[in-house]
Design a protein around this ligand. Structure first.
Ligand code: 3HC
Length: 289
């Protein structure tokens, strides 16, 4: 695979594009318009400048990485891409419209992958022109740092597609976990109930935010506590995923914590809105409960 396209220039799409370019491949990035795609590239430039400042990479290397990233206004230039990775908002109707549009320009051998965190791959494959070349490719945030990619073949995905996609993920220096197409795949199926339970613990005043996070950081050796991680992922995304688990399995153990629903309704979505379980308006995050 030599030419990659990423659809969606947000936190995940930008992280994927950066990682791909850092591994020597050319990557096109699109979003709802060229300005959003360019803003994604500007964010990558900022991340690379930080790495240069810390002496992690050389300035000319950062420049070379940036030169391999091309923001595009529409899907037409993706006609010669070998792999298209969709990393748009976690709403099925948005993803459907993307797959249907980009499917029209896709080459006969290109693979179409979705970075969905929880929507069934087998169902979304129907929105693409060829379900045999459709697959789940689930990255973790921050993409350039995290060592894992989940590869999720749908029911109709061809073995060759799974093998080529796995080889691509390994070429990015990541380890691969192969998951069946079940709700939440492997990691989110385990992570989201933990985050949700932490919000129940908070809602029942068993402990405050700082102690819940401290407990998991020190007691489990996790780099972040579940509530700071929820803020990092985005509380709306957490609620979307736990709701998918709840609706698809109809198992009440996945019912969303009422306090999580309230925070999302308040627009307190975590770091991206400046407030979630922590307030990010000052120099250091401050717990709100
Ligand atoms: N590009 C390249 N390297 C980067 C980077 C970037 N954009 N951002 C950070 N880094 C590097 C830094 O240079 C640093 O490298 P070093 O260890 O060699 O010095 C390293 O990453 C750590 O960065 P920082 O020192 O800035 O920050 P921390 O040490 O506090 O670590 C963290 C930050 C990596 C986010 C850590 O707290 C962590 O691992 N948290 C848990 C993250 C996690 O669980 N992610 C999964 C979320 S779930 C998910 O994504 C699935 C989705 O579907 C919901």
């Amino acid at each position: 695979m030599r030419k990659i396209a990423v659809i969606g220039a947000g936190q995940m799409g930008s992280g994927i594009a950066q990682t791909v370019a850092q591994h020597g491949l050319h990557v096109m990035v699109s979003d709802i318009d060229l300005a959003h795609a360019e803003a994604g590239k500007a964010g990558i430039e900022k991340a690379l400048t930080k790495l240069v400042g810390r002496g992690k990479i050389e300035a000319d290397e950062a420049e070379a990485v940036l030169s391999r990233i091309t923001p595009v206004a529409d899907y037409a230039p993706m006609a010669d891409a070998d792999l298209i990775i969709e990393a748009a908002t976690e709403r099925e109707e948005i993803k459907q419209s993307i797959f249907e549009s980009v499917g029209k320009v896709l080459s006969e051998s290109a693979i179409m992958a979705s970075n969905t965190s929880s929507i069934p791959i087998t169902r979304m494959a129907n929105y693409s022109p060829d379900a045999e070349r459709f697959i789940g490719l689930h990255f973790f945030n921050p993409v350039p740092v995290m060592g894992l990619i989940e590869v999720i073949p749908g029911l109709a995905t061809a073995q060759d597609t799974t093998e080529r996609t796995t080889a691509f993920a390994e070429m990015l220096g990541k380890q691969v976990v192969l998951s069946q197409d079940e709700p939440g795949f492997v990691v989110n199926r385990i992570l989201l109930p933990m985050i949700n339970e932490a919000v129940f613990v908070l809602g029942q005043s068993t402990a405050g935010i700082v102690d819940i996070d401290k407990g998991c950081r020190l007691g489990l050796n996790h780099p972040m506590g579940p509530l700071e991680l929820a803020d990092f992922v985005g509380l709306d995304t957490c609620l979307d995923i736990i709701n998918v688990l709840y609706r698809t399995t109809r198992d009440t153990k996945y019912r969303p914590a009422p306090l999580l629903v309230k925070y999302v309704e308040a627009g307190w979505l975590g770091r991206k809105t400046g407030r979630g379980f922590y307030d990010y308006s000052g120099d250091a995050p401050v717990a709100t409960r």
